[in-house]
Design a protein around this ligand. Structure first.
Ligand SMILES: CC(C)(COP(=O)(O)OP(=O)(O)OC[C@H]1O[C@@H](n2cnc3c(N)ncnc32)[C@H](O)[C@@H]1OP(=O)(O)O)[C@@H](O)C(=O)NCCC(=O)NCCS
Length: 434
């Protein structure tokens, strides 16, 4: 799928007008102007509590920034005129959905300077992003959030979850398969390339994942100059019995100050194209000499890890929301999705920003997809907000759970039917941060 170029979408005039009376200039940043580009990147680093980027780090960040639609908010009284007081960057990325993919407006680099917080700047930027995306015909927006409290008010809902594992390697043992392939060490450049290649090959097999980009793999593999622990990153690859690349692991070992034989192995990223590759990479990490604890974040909810261990309680999971979605075009997102069971249900969706607002008949088609059509006047069986609809879309949470929490209201039998139709074989999962 050729992706839409978000940079062609002009600055949102409603947001521009909202910020102007406060002396704030909301505008697109021209990536060809390197002073403006670096000023924005420095503001992003400030927002995310990072240290001031060096020239080398700014230079390394430019290629990725140049592909994005960058918005800066400038305060004319600011002594550093090239540094915005607020930032947001977006691009259109393919999002895997059950049965295909959708162009998704990816929102990132959302920061407001601590001197300018809580004046409605983030609200203007986020609503501006959604209007820009919808105006350009992009049916869904997505992001990963620093805090779970920020984005629900704009109609985003948690749609994928990450599991963080902490494994006591002495206790874990191994009950999984003996892989037939082989492991090889990879230097960091080759590791970045292998991760990029494997991600591109595997992202279509998990609803909720999006395409990666070169700098993301360089950051994970530690070759990007902005990575604080870049030089300590190590890599291995897994090739199957036929010699084909099937998996890669980026990790770092942090020595224990009290007991060198109980160091901590942090998994930065693991991709296995096959179950065999995933098991082999887990085994490699768990049986690493001088390691007492393995930690791995951003793993899917249905990772088989505990079932690979002789003692499943050696692996302790912590679950947290990860990918957030925001439906902008109800008929298009549902037409793109396959259904697990036949369905006909009437939903009343509330959306303060209007994009998903309305009464919708959601039904399945003869070819196993969904169809959402306006059904004004029909009696709604379930009522929910745009954020809840976005959470349900990939089947990662059940309407029944949301109903028990009061987030979906109406007929529980209709919620159960909706769940049957939205159910997936594999948990939705976003494997990267953006
Ligand atoms: C999060 C951040 C962008 C918010 O910017 P802001 O300009 O202060 O936000 P606004 O003034 O537009 O606030 C809009 C609404 O969000 C709420 N809000 C803002 N930040 C919030 C937070 N961190 N937690 C909970 N609510 C928050 C405000 O109270 C306000 O609520 P309302 O619905 O009652 O109006 C800013 O605090 C920031 O840059 N934080 C550090 C970087 C970061 O975490 N960015 C997000 C990356 S995913």
């Amino acid at each position: 799928m050729t992706q839409f170029d978000a940079r062609t979408v002009p600055a949102d005039q409603t947001s521009r007008a909202a910020l102007e009376p406060a002396g704030l200039d909301y505008r697109l940043v021209d990536a060809a102007d390197t002073t403006a580009l670096d000023g924005l990147s420095r503001a992003v680093a400030r927002g995310f509590l990072e240290s001031e980027p060096t020239e080398e780090v700014l230079l390394a960040g430019r290629p990725a920034q140049e592909t994005r639609r960058l918005v800066g908010v400038y305060d004319g009284e600011n002594p550093r005129v090239e540094m915005p007081v607020a930032t947001v960057g977006s691009w259109v990325a393919p999002l895997t959905v059950p049965g295909g993919e959708l162009p998704m407006w990816a929102v990132s680099e959302v920061t407001v300077a601590p001197t300018h917080r809580r004046r409605g700047i983030a609200r203007a930027m986020l609503e501006g992003e959604l209007r820009a995306a919808a105006g350009a015909g992009i049916p869904i927006a997505g992001l990963t959030a620093s805090e779970a409290t920020i984005y629900g008010r704009y109609g985003f809902g948690q749609a994928t979850w990450e599991t963080r594992w902490t494994v006591d390697t002495r206790r874990a043992g191994w009950a999984g398969p003996e892989p037939e392939g082989r492991l090889h060490p990879l230097d960091r450049e080759l590791l970045a390339a292998a991760l990029g290649e494997l991600h591109e090959r595997t992202r279509a097999s998990r609803a909720g994942d999006i395409a990666g980009w070169t700098r993301r793999w360089q950051q994970i593999a530690g070759t990007d100059p902005g990575e604080p622990h870049g030089r300590s990153v190590r890599g291995v690859r897994y090739v199957d019995a036929e010699g084909a690349l099937r998996g890669a692991l980026a990790y770092r070992v942090v020595e224990s100050e009290v007991d060198w034989t109980r160091s901590r192995l942090e998994i930065r990223h693991m991709i296995g194209e096959t179950a065999e590759a995933r098991a082999a990479l887990w085994r490699f990490a768990l049986q690493h000499d001088l390691v007492g604890t393995v930690e791995a974040g951003m793993r899917p909810a249905d990772d088989p890890l505990p079932w690979l261990l002789a003692d499943s309680r050696a692996a302790v999971p912590t679950v947290q929301d990860h990918g957030w979605l925001r439906i902008l075009d109800v008929p298009r997102v549902f037409a793109a999705r396959t259904a697990a069971a036949p369905l006909s249900v009437v939903l009343r969706v509330g959306d303060r920003l209007g994009f998903a607002e309305g009464v919708w008949r959601l039904e399945t088609t003869d070819d196993g997809r969904f169809r959402a059509t306006p059904a004004a006047g029909a009696e709604a069986e379930l009522e929910l907000g745009a954020g809840e609809l976005s959470s349900l879309y990939l089947g990662g949470v059940s309407a029944r759970s949301l109903a028990e929490a009061g987030r979906v209201r109406g007929d529980l039998a209709a919620a159960a039917r909706l769940d049957e139709a939205l159910r997936l074989e594999r948990a939705p999962h976003l494997s990267i941060m953006y």
